[in-house]
Design a protein around this ligand. Structure first.
Ligand code: IVH
Length: 681
């Protein structure tokens, strides 16, 4: 095939694949099999590899992700991204309508557009001459994060717009919408995560938000994201209403929310709320309310906004989703510190489109307060992102003589005694060698925020603990191919991957290793403080309580726990074992030699208030990366780190065209430079 033929074929394939994408992701009406689709895509990729100059920016092959960025760049929104006021009842909707009618001196009922409120994460897309130029998250509403690399991987985000009715795409258009994970994709995603030994997501929204904010777009590409658009970021010439705008979006090839109705007057809106309450579970995505918008754009314009919300719109919030089911059993889980947590095993039910089969009962006090017993019919609730919980028992439905539930007096796993410490609600298994505790400790050790050992999943750990392959953490590093090969369901490739992951984890930061040890009261934050203040494992292992409490942020309870932990001979042996096996925590110094000097020679100004970092620490970190901290903004300033409520320094920096990072972006920069012990995003 020559160059000319290749160009023709590439263009043909691109057109076909785009059409199939549109049918599959936007219209939900595919016309070819997945295998046939894959063949087309592969042919395109091969041709583009052979003729690299023919690779177009909007080629559908470009959705697979690109090499990671080091940080997100800020993206100023063309107009602020506002938030919505809420209404919780029909009456509050009538009050809203009343206010608008007064304001507009309206005689006739107002025409509204009522749309399902998608429970995802907001996204803004900008197109020039029909091509996707940029995509951004909401950020603080004024400045978002540039996530173009990730948006490109979302199949329902058009890389090139289709022509509208008049056969042309607008020269420039910016639209806003929501990125979600469809309910049907969510369960499959979690299953895959679990099989891969990765952490599962609490709900589709968290999964969508986490997936959109990835520096490595290949991760985003592997997540089943969908985008539905619903608002213009700027007025569009000739478009007079939300209804008209939604049809334009469809014409241009965007996916739009299927639940959108024009209503004459607020009573029709209220009827629509009732309909949505009925239909919400049949919708393919999670919804948490109904967004009610004045349909006409000229009226919207006239109404304007008040305190960061438009006057012309309101969100009617749907009640949290509750469902009744039956508690089949109560099982007791034993955590890494020995805490016994009762978990209700439920008759599986769909709660708002997600299957719920378990609910945490927290502890004995909670069970007593709600009088929860095995066999009870219960009302359970799933509110947004929290773990499902039992709201109450349906006492009338209780039959027979089931006794009140009591947590066991012995550990359900190792039969050791349990005890309840003074002032605590939790019961604990007293046997440090309890297999459940050991498994949980290893899970914690391997977790992403700890030693980050890929492929060491819960099932595998349990199996190894049961076969006594891991008498202590250090033994992990002595596993070999043969031992792994003898385990159930362990393929050669997985064994190789695991050994590689273990090897890789040996080079870790001091704070990760400390956190991974699972010392009581020593979370990521405290681990970071310890590493930053004492610099070496040797110093931390031998520090006295006085030395520890001298660290800002370390209290007597934490110090006590550390001294106790390192006072145990067995713990010291485990640590020696880890070091002997080649685990090498990077020792820190205030100059953080392991970190890249990404701010070398730069003048940085800090302003506003930061949530996760205090100023002193931010300053030390900047210095350790080679930067210089100055207190005022001038032409010499290279970077402004702006926390919340930043004021005149921010304005000045913007006027001077100086790069501005918000706290999250700054943390990302630090993390990317290799700074340890930062709060997790
Ligand atoms: S219109 C002024 N329409 O809800 C805001 N928003 O609090 C106009 N959302 O962050 C937004 N579905 O991400 C609009 N159909 C819909 C929506 C929707 C979800 C989200 C949006 C925004 C939040 C508003």
């Amino acid at each position: 095939m020559d160059h000319r033929q290749a160009a023709a074929r590439i263009s043909e394939l691109g057109g076909q694949i785009n059409e199939h994408n549109q049918r599959y992701y936007v219209q939900d009406d595919p016309t070819i099999s997945d295998a046939a689709y894959d063949r087309l895509l592969r042919e395109l990729q091969e041709l583009e590899a052979r003729f690299p100059d023919l690779l177009a920016a909007d080629s559908p092959s470009q959705r697979v992700g690109a090499p990671p960025l080091s940080t997100f760049s800020p993206f100023p929104h063309p107009t602020p991204m506002l938030s919505l006021a809420n209404a919780f009842s029909a009456q509050e909707l009538r009050d809203f309508d009343e206010r608008l009618r007064k304001n507009l001196a309206a005689e006739e009922p107002i025409e509204y557009m009522a749309e399902a409120k998608l429970d995802g994460v907001a996204l803004e897309l900008n197109y020039r001459d029909g091509l996707l130029q940029a995509a951004a998250t909401r950020g603080d509403g004024i400045t978002g994060e540039n996530v173009t690399h990730n948006a490109r991987t979302i199949a329902s985000v058009p890389l090139r717009l289709r022509a509208d009715q008049n056969q042309q795409a607008p020269a420039e258009i910016s639209v806003r919408g929501e990125v979600v994970i469809l309910k049907r994709d969510f369960d499959a995603l979690n299953q895959r995560q679990e099989q891969a030994g990765e952490k599962t997501f609490a709900n589709p929204r968290n999964a969508a938000a986490g997936s959109l904010r990835q520096l490595d777009s290949r991760v985003t590409a592997a997540r089943p994201l969908s985008a539905f658009m619903y608002a213009p970021a700027k007025a569009l010439p000739g478009i007079k209403s939300q209804a008209q705008f939604l049809s334009l979006l469809s014409e241009l090839g965007f996916a739009v929310n299927s639940f959108a109705r024009v209503c004459q007057g607020i009573e029709e809106v209220i009827d629509t709320c009732r309909d949505l309450e009925q239909q919400r579970f049949d919708l393919p995505y999670e919804v948490d309310g109904l967004v009610v918008k004045v349909n006409r754009f000229d009226l919207q314009q006239g109404l304007g906004e008040i305190s960061r919300s438009p006057r012309w719109a309101i969100a009617y919030k749907l009640p949290p989703v509750q469902e009744t089911t039956v508690i089949r059993d109560i099982v007791v889980q034993v955590g890494r510190t020995g805490v016994l947590t009762p978990v209700a095993q439920l008759e599986p039910v769909q709660v708002g489109g997600v299957e719920v089969a378990r609910a945490t009962l927290h502890n004995q006090d909670e069970i007593d307060r709600k009088d929860i017993r095995v066999g009870d019919q219960v009302l359970i609730q799933r509110a947004g992102d929290v773990i499902p919980e039992v709201v109450q028992v349906v006492i009338e439905a209780r039959s027979g003589q089931v006794p009140p539930y009591r947590l066991p007096t012995r550990c359900p796993v190792c039969q050791a005694e349990v005890n309840r410490e003074e002032g605590e609600v939790a019961l604990r298994c007293t046997n440090m060698n309890c297999p459940a505790q050991r498994s949980a400790r290893i899970r914690h050790f391997a977790a992403r925020s700890a030693m980050d050992i890929d492929g060491l999943g819960a099932k595998l750990i349990e199996q190894m603990v049961a076969r006594d392959l891991l008498p202590n953490l250090a033994e992990l590093y002595h596993l070999d191919k043969e031992t792994l090969g003898n385990l159930d369901r362990m393929a050669e490739k997985s064994a190789d991957n695991l050994l590689q992951a273990l090897d890789k984890s040996k080079q870790c930061s001091l704070s990760r290793l400390l956190f991974a040890l699972g010392i009581r009261h020593v979370g990521e934050h405290v681990s970071g403080l310890l590493a930053e203040s004492l610099f070496s494992l040797a110093a931390i292992r031998s520090a006295s309580a006085e030395r520890l409490t001298a660290i800002d942020g370390v209290g007597p309870e934490v110090a006590q726990s550390l001294v106790h932990f390192f006072g145990q001979e067995s713990n010291q042996q485990v640590i020696d074992g880890l070091l002997a096996a080649g685990v090498q925590p990077a020792e820190q110094s205030p100059a953080a030699p392991t970190a890249q000097q990404v701010l070398a020679g730069k003048t940085v100004v800090l302003t506003g208030s930061m949530q996760a970092l205090d100023r002193r620490r931010a300053k030390t970190l900047i210095q350790s990366l080679g930067g210089h901290v100055s207190s005022s903004v001038s032409k010499k300033t290279d970077l402004l780190v702006a926390g919340a409520k930043a004021g005149s320094k921010l304005t000045k920096a913007q006027a001077l065209g100086i790069e501005v990072l918000d706290e999250q972006a700054f943390l990302t920069l630090l993390r990317e430079a290799g700074v340890n012990g930062l709060p997790q995003p």
